[in-house]
Design a protein around this ligand. Structure first.
Ligand code: XMP
Length: 333
């Protein structure tokens, strides 16, 4: 609309003035904030922006390709995709403790990003070298950094909007979303032409599937989980609640599948199977501090479990998590 249009014009002018003819690096995660920041900065300075997308191998089905299609394909932004999945899986081998896994993933993420940023800072033919680091910091992040951070919030922040990183890299900071609330960031994203499905996606933790595979993370588990989760999300998006006219994806705040590294017995044809179990998780919440498990329609659960068991060979049992927060948490790790 008109208000958002003039907001974009002002924001673009501010970015151009701040950056001048210098070059900017931005860490793209596929999440809402970094995506909107990238779209806005790209609108302002085009090829002076280089996005670095670190793929840790713990993203959802086709997520990496979708990020590339959107930013490199449709927006024609300059994006470097770093496929670091082998590095991450290698370092995670044998590690079962949730906080340890978070530490490893967060630490590696910073290392890989820093290495790319250092190259871009050095510059090469046609590029004189970046001087700015852009981050998708939004207003609630700024307030949170005021001293009342929880442990989890620190972890969240340490993942993408890394405190101290600009100083360590010797780069100036560019944070064009600093004054916006989440809703405003989403509206801005849509106004900049990002698809609503991307901008209104449920939150996804920085460590990704790393904390949705209980215990040790293995590629085999991640591959099974990705396929099961894609089916659950597709069914949530395709099933409307009659009364409200909204989809169950819209009616839930966060929904996902958890991989349980236990095997249970099943039957298929004349034989027995001995395969893995997944749990479906869907919650409704306004602040993610407390949350109720969502009363999804039985028909939706039935279709989802039928499809997962039929389509994902290796999973023969699906459960639904009926625990609210507290005392359970939303994630299982
Ligand atoms: P819990 O499981 O604590 O989750 O009820 C509350 C919200 O925080 C998200 N979450 C994370 N986000 N890095 C993130 O970026 C993390 O390590 C992390 N752990 C939990 C979770 O998805 C939920 O939205």
């Amino acid at each position: 609309d008109w208000i958002m249009g003039s907001y974009i014009d002002e924001a673009v002018a501010r970015i151009r003035e701040q950056v001048g003819d210098e070059e900017v690096i931005l860490g793209l995660s596929g999440g809402v904030d970094s995506s909107v920041a990238a779209a806005l900065i790209h609108r302002a300075i085009g090829d002076q922006l280089t996005c670095v997308f670190v793929d840790h191998g713990l993203l959802r089905l086709n997520e990496g390709d979708m990020v590339m299609d959107m930013f490199a394909g449709k927006l024609h932004a300059h994006v470097i995709r770093v496929d670091a999945s082998e590095l991450f899986l290698g370092q995670l081998a044998g590690v079962t403790d949730p906080e340890q896994k978070r530490k490893i993933i967060g630490g590696l993420f910073v290392d890989v990003f820093k290495a790319e940023a250092a190259k871009l800072k050095a510059g090469d033919k046609g590029h004189k070298g970046a001087t700015f680091l852009a981050q998708g910091t939004i207003y609630p992040d700024v307030v949170e950094s005021g001293g009342t951070k929880t442990k989890k919030a620190t972890t969240i922040k340490s993942h993408h909007n890394v405190g101290g990183l600009p100083e360590q890299l010797g780069l100036k900071l560019l944070e064009p979303l600093r004054e916006l609330f989440k809703d405003e960031v989403r509206e801005l994203g849509v106004a900049l032409g990002l698809p609503p499905e991307m901008v209104y996606r449920h939150p996804f933790p920085g460590p990704g599937l790393g904390v949705r595979i209980l215990g040790e993370v293995k590629k085999e588990y991640a591959d099974l989980l990705r396929r099961a989760d894609a089916i659950f999300i597709e069914e949530l998006r395709n099933t409307k609640d009659e009364a409200s006219g909204k989809t169950w994806y819209e009616l839930t705040s966060q929904a996902f599948t958890v991989f349980l590294p236990v095997k249970s017995v099943g039957v298929m044809g004349d034989g027995r199977t001995y395969d893995y179990v997944v749990a479906l998780r869907a919650v409704q919440t306004s602040d993610f501090m407390t949350a109720d498990w969502a009363e999804l329609p039985y028909s939706l659960l039935k279709r989802t479990s039928g499809r997962i068991i039929n389509e994902v060979r290796g999973i023969n049992r699906v459960t639904y998590d009926v625990s609210s927060k507290p005392p359970a948490t939303i994630e299982w790790e």
